[in-house]
Design a protein around this ligand. Structure first.
Ligand code: NAD
Length: 497
């Protein structure tokens, strides 16, 4: 098939009016202070949906003071107490799942069904750390030469500053707040300025569940650089956990070095997705669609470079093109919408630029390539085949709904090209050969690998990257250790008779 399919033409599906009204009620229920602040926009319409306080450095430092003071009592509570509070928070999040999903969809743009999926994923971190809180580790061991016994303990790392991106407004917050609270840390969180509302609601529910009011400070601001310059230099801060771009991560690592802070960095990706001739075609197409189109392609583990072996390539591209062409574009609160708006107009312009560059270098367009008319930050689902290796979108994160397919001959070629990047967050392998699956997964220089599936994230998994994709892990038992210091006591053992 060589013809170009059009993505569904015409205006995006509008929001369902009942859902829109319900999301307005959720926003009104936040009781945001009136007065000056910055606007939160609906990316599907460009309309202002809320105004939140634009907090300055003094307010952020006051947040550090209050959290630090409350943190002393919190750190001295029993782990069972913290676990029970987290469990109540989980129950409240589940009780308010519909409201949270409406809010995510409204401020971030993803289709409501996906927002509901994020609520399940995001709340799962709270449940996980409610269960993990009572297992704080520590052990006893003898010094190999005798004469002493070592006792190791895990202690709260201290005040944690958390900085989150806009693409998963709930999950990126809970993935950090829940382990921090479980470990006994006070928290100052700065949500992305594009999507602060979900964090405000989630933290309000945490307080309702028994987290002391003020222990988790939410700093909404349009001055993130001033925030981090001031807060990370404050001696009361002991930890910074960041999710976002590698460029900002580097700045925060530099700043963190001044106070020698513990750091966790979940940074950018450039995920390769490898489809071998022996893959099950339907599984590969479904998995590639999921890995590419989750969140409209705005995911750090999104399939950025799709490498397909020559023997299956025509059938795979045809299958993916059909799926992508059928993606229904619209407001996240619209009926049966598959693809919401991108986060803003800059993101749309970036898709246009990357697409133009790839086409100019010889890529073949199979689907889409258009931005629908009218307001809102929309870009149509797009499939490119035979993308040349020097195209800009091969080297950088696409962060949008362009699927970029390249073809390969041998397994060795595929692995070499997959690893030819400074990033190393996620990779994907599609094959029915078990040996190949493990050989290729072992060879990929990434922190995680989806094998015959496109959505590998889970609260039970130690999520994180290698190379320039980051430091540390989130989720699972390892995610709790990011908020703990290991200490040891050396107990002298005299020989007595
Ligand atoms: P971004 O780096 O522009 O912003 C992320 C957050 O950092 C926002 O809250 C922003 O306000 C804040 N920020 C910006 N400059 C700052 C500074 N100087 N000091 C402190 N905070 C600052 O990234 P984004 O556009 O919001 O998110 C997209 C990026 O995030 C992509 O690169 C994506 O791959 C990455 N991401 C990574 C993961 C992961 O787990 N590895 C998850 C989601 C997103």
């Amino acid at each position: 098939m060589t013809a170009t399919l059009d993505t569904r033409a015409g205006a995006p599906v509008p929001a369902d009016t009942d859902r829109l009204a319900a999301s307005d009620r959720v926003i009104a229920g936040l009781d945001l202070p009136t007065g000056p602040g910055f606007a939160v926009l609906d990316p599907a319409t460009g309309e202002r949906i809320a105004t939140v306080p634009d907090l300055d450095v003094d307010a952020a430092l006051e947040g550090v003071r209050v959290a630090d003071e409350l943190g002393r009592t919190w750190a001295s509570t029993t782990s069972r107490y913290r676990a029970d509070v987290l469990r109540r928070w989980y129950d409240l999040l589940v009780e308010h799942a519909d409201d949270i999903a409406l809010l995510i969809s409204r401020e971030m743009g993803k289709p409501l069904a996906e927002a509901r999926g994020e609520v399940v994923y995001g709340t799962d971190f709270v449940r996980w750390y409610a269960e993990e809180a009572v297992r704080p580790g520590g052990n006893l061991r003898d010094v190999p030469t005798g004469g002493a016994t070592l006792l190791t303990r895990r202690a709260s790392v201290g005040l944690a500053v958390l900085v989150t991106p806009w693409n998963f407004p709930l999950a990126m917050a809970t993935r950090k707040i829940a382990p921090a609270l479980a470990a006994g840390c006070p928290v100052v969180i700065k949500p992305a300025e594009l999507t602060p509302l979900t964090t405000l609601l989630a933290v309000r529910l945490a307080e309702e569940a028994g987290v002391p009011a003020g222990l988790v400070q939410v700093v909404t601001t349009t001055e993130p650089a001033a925030f981090s310059e001031a807060v990370l230099r404050d001696p009361r801060v002991r930890k910074v956990s960041f999710t976002g771009s590698t460029a900002v991560g580097r700045q925060l690592l530099r700043l963190a070095s001044e106070n020698v802070l513990r750091t966790s960095m979940e940074l950018g990706g450039n995920a390769p997705l490898l489809v071998f001739d022996d893959a099950d075609l339907e599984t590969a197409v479904d998995g590639a669609y999921a890995a590419k189109m989750r969140n409209g392609g705005q995911s750090c583990i999104g399939a950025n470079r799709i490498y397909v072996q020559d023997g299956i390539a025509d059938a795979f591209v045809e299958g993916l093109a059909e799926w992508m062409a059928s993606a229904r574009i619209g407001h996240g609160l619209g009926d049966r919408v598959d693809l919401g708006p991108l986060i803003d107009d800059r993101a749309v312009a970036s898709q246009g630029r990357l697409l133009g560059d790839a086409l100019a270098r010889g890529a073949e367009m199979r689907v889409g390539g258009t931005a629908p008319d009218g307001p809102g930050s929309f870009f149509g689902a797009t499939v490119l085949d035979r993308v040349p290796a020097d195209a800009e979108l091969v080297r950088s994160e696409i962060f949008g709904p362009i699927a970029a397919v390249q073809r390969f001959g041998t397994q060795a070629q595929a692995i070499e090209r997959a690893n030819d990047t400074p990033f190393g967050l996620a990779g994907y392998v599609f094959t029915q050969d078990l040996d190949r699956a493990f050989t290729v997964a072992d060879a990929l220089q990434t922190g995680l690998v989806g094998i015959n599936q496109g959505v590998p994230s889970n609260a039970a998994a130690p999520f994180g990257g290698v190379k320039q994709s980051g430091l540390g892990r989130e989720g699972s038992a390892e995610g709790l250790e990011e908020y703990q210091e290991v200490r040891f006591y050396n107990l002298a053992r005299r020989v007595t008779d």
